[in-house]
Design a protein around this ligand. Structure first.
Ligand code: ACO
Length: 173
């Protein structure tokens, strides 16, 4: 099935938020856009499964989560890279915008859940996702963009222009 145009999709946020520069740098067989309400059927969870076990709770549950993200305006920016020939998702990532009382009532952009389909890794898709999310973060006025990653992924994020700062702490429920 060929690519569904953005205009026919119910998108999480306006497509104009995607950097034109990043779009122009992507291979012509690929398209980058906001997550759409119908992306469960385009393999969104299959792509996320490169990160961790991505249990499928069904389309209705996926859609409910999509609506929950959209009901928090100016906060969640999940985007995908789609293969135009198959209309399947091959990459994904999310920016979450945290509003603060500090830093002149500023905001911080948090990058989460970056995933590139195994067959497409090493072709700069991860870099383009990070560039697109950082663009949204900066355009939203965030004074910094941060993320957590494994030691193995530090060189990738350094290539994306990030530097190591402080430590991550976690407490699992
Ligand atoms: N170690 C060293 N260099 C790396 C690594 C690595 N693990 N991964 C990528 N790079 C380098 C590439 O060689 C490239 O360098 P170059 O510009 O000199 O050619 C540059 O980083 C950009 O790499 P991309 O081709 O854009 O990387 P890719 O598309 O494969 O995406 C990613 C990287 C997202 C880590 C992908 O491999 C992936 O999905 N891995 C599994 C899931 C994962 O670990 N996600 C990140 C979790 S952390 C988070 O979500 C905040």
């Amino acid at each position: 099935m060929p690519l569904t145009p953005d205009s026919d999709l119910d998108l999480l946020f306006p497509a104009s938020f995607i950097s034109a520069e990043v779009k122009s740098q992507l291979h012509e067989s690929l398209h980058i856009r906001p997550l759409a309400a119908t992306d469960h059927a385009r393999g969104h969870l299959a792509v996320l499964s490169v990160l961790t076990v991505a249990t499928d709770h069904g389309e209705a549950a996926w859609q409910a989560q999509f609506q929950a993200l959209r009901n928090a305006p100016n906060t969640y920016y999940a985007l995908v890279i789609v293969d135009k020939a198959s209309d399947r998702i091959v990459g994904a990532g999310t920016l979450f915008v945290e509003r603060k009382f500090l830093r002149g009532l500023g905001s911080v952009g948090h990058i989460e859940d970056i995933a590139v389909d195994k067959a497409q890794q090493g072709k700069k898709l991860g870099l383009r996702i990070i560039q697109a999310l950082t663009h949204i973060s900066e355009a939203s006025g965030c004074y910094k963009t941060i993320l957590n990653c494994s030691d193995a992924n530090i060189p990738f994020y350094q290539k994306c222009g990030f530097e190591k700062k402080e430590n991550e702490m976690a407490k699992y429920a």
